[in-house]
Design a protein around this ligand. Structure first.
Ligand SMILES: Nc1ncnc2c1ncn2[C@@H]1O[C@H](COP(=O)(O)OP(=O)(O)O)[C@@H](O)[C@H]1O
Ligand SMILES: [Mg+2]
Length: 411
């Protein structure tokens, strides 16, 4: 059996010794060397070619970040796992940017350490296989030119995630379409919770891997029982900053060629990442509700989108529609100066139980009125010509003023 070769880098001899002892129990791992500082680590790595270097951050002569940076250049086959103590978030980020593949927080158990090592090692092996395989012609996958749908609202709680997850499941369920749902609510994304999935890897891990080819992206996705694939949001709000708008653009460009439909669930704000997804979207699905504050914000959003020349790709949905709101759909359309494409009925009882069970209501309550709305949306995507014929409003373009946009965003 090939054992995973590990180099321990830490300036404290006792720490090196206790890590060595933790790894003694692992039959498939072998400590091939130790280094008490950065330069020694580089020398050892060049000589021993370890698979993994366990790297302390704070070392007197050359810190772990600089050592990681040099190691990535000089011995790129060695993957660095940073060992940090609680509260070194800023350092961690720099270490990841310097090329570290993973980090663990001290004090850690033998199991945690071994699982981090195996995880990184496997990921590196997969990468090497893909790189090796790149030269041999593979069976070509059907090239796709997927549609990107971006769900947006400037007010939280209107139902973006609810609609995005249910629509995605409905589209994927037939098995005919390859559908990917990306959670771009990077701080508090809850797509995985809605679908009762526990993410092992998230978009933050993908961002740190630095590779955005589909073969690599695939290994960061979750699969729902409907067949839907999901790229989950980071598991903690502080990891959101690992992901940049430029990386999101790269991911979207890449996945577009491999899926029929890519749905993005956004944060309720115009910021770099939501704008990147709106920019690349083929359709922007704005979700609104029948209350004054939401309508006011929706109107402002529509104006901003008009200013960005995105109006033609906007699809407007009223969520929780119903007479009891004291308004009618046509009043909403009139006050927004924009056609309403879809309506999803208010159905608190069904939705709360569906969310708590982690089953999208389109599956748990397919007979509900809210489920009808979701099926209408799905139909508009799978049979667009039919829908357009029935509802000529889809073809209308509406022009209106964009007073706010330059003032607010300086575009
Ligand atoms: N049509 C609806 N009827 C009743 N409750 C709904 C409906 N749509 C969404 N909700 C509830 O509203 C809350 C917020 O929805 P969510 O999708 O998380 O909003 P957003 O993603 O826009 O912040 C959730 O608890 C959800 O169950
Ligand atoms: Mg949400």
């Amino acid at each position: 059996m090939k054992r995973i070769k590990v180099l321990i880098v830490d300036d404290i001899a006792d720490t090196r010794e206790s890590i060595r002892r933790l790894l003694e129990f692992e039959a498939d791992m072998e400590v091939v060397g130790e280094a008490g500082g950065g330069s020694e680590a580089l020398r050892q790595a060049e000589k021993l070619h370890p698979d993994i270097a366990l790297m302390d951050i704070n070392m007197p002569e050359m810190d772990g970040i600089r050592t990681t940076e040099l190691l990535a250049l000089r011995v790129p086959a060695t993957a660095v796992i940073i060992m940090s103590v609680q509260g070194e978030q800023a350092y961690l980020r720099r270490a990841m940017m310097a090329g570290a593949r993973e980090y663990i927080v001290k004090p850690f158990s033998g199991d945690e350490l071994a699982s981090a090592i195996s995880h990184v090692y496997e990921r590196e092996q997969q990468k090497k296989e893909v790189l090796g395989a790149a030269h041999t012609p593979a069976v070509p996958e059907r090239p796709r030119d997927g549609k990107i749908l971006s769900f947006f609202s400037t007010k939280g709680g209107v139902g973006k995630t609810t609609l995005a997850t249910n629509l995605a499941v409905e589209l994927a369920a037939g098995g005919k379409l390859q559908v990917l749902l990306i959670d771009l609510n990077l701080q508090f994304g809850d797509v995985a919770v809605f679908l009762n999935l526990v993410p092992k890897r998230t978009i933050a891990d993908l961002a740190q891997s630095g590779s955005f080819v589909y073969e690599d992206i695939k290994s960061y996705l979750l699969t729902h029982s409907s067949g839907l694939q999901i790229l989950a949001a980071p598991t903690r709000p502080e990891y959101a900053e690992f992901v940049t708008a430029e990386q999101v653009e790269k991911i979207l460009h890449e996945v577009k060629a491999h899926y029929d439909i890519v749905i993005c669930d956004n944060v309720s704000r115009f910021e770099e990442i939501s704008l990147a997804s709106l920019d690349l979207a083929d359709q922007i699905w704005i979700v609104t509700a029948m209350d004054m504050p939401t309508l006011k914000n929706t109107k402002l959003s529509l104006e901003v989108l008009e200013g960005l020349h995105y109006s033609d790709k906007v699809r407007l949905t009223i969520n929780r529609s119903g007479r009891e709101m004291g308004m009618e759909t046509k009043d909403v359309a009139k006050s927004l100066g924009f056609p309403i494409h879809f309506e999803v009925a208010s159905d608190g009882k069904t939705l709360v139980s569906a969310v708590n069970e982690g089953i999208p209501f389109i599956r748990s309550h397919p007979q509900s009125k809210a489920a009808d709305g979701i099926r209408q949306m799905a139909k508009a995507l799978t049979e667009p010509d039919l829908e357009a014929e029935k509802n000529p409003a889809h073809k209308e373009t509406h022009r209106f003023q964009s007073r706010m946009i330059r003032k607010v965003f300086g575009f």
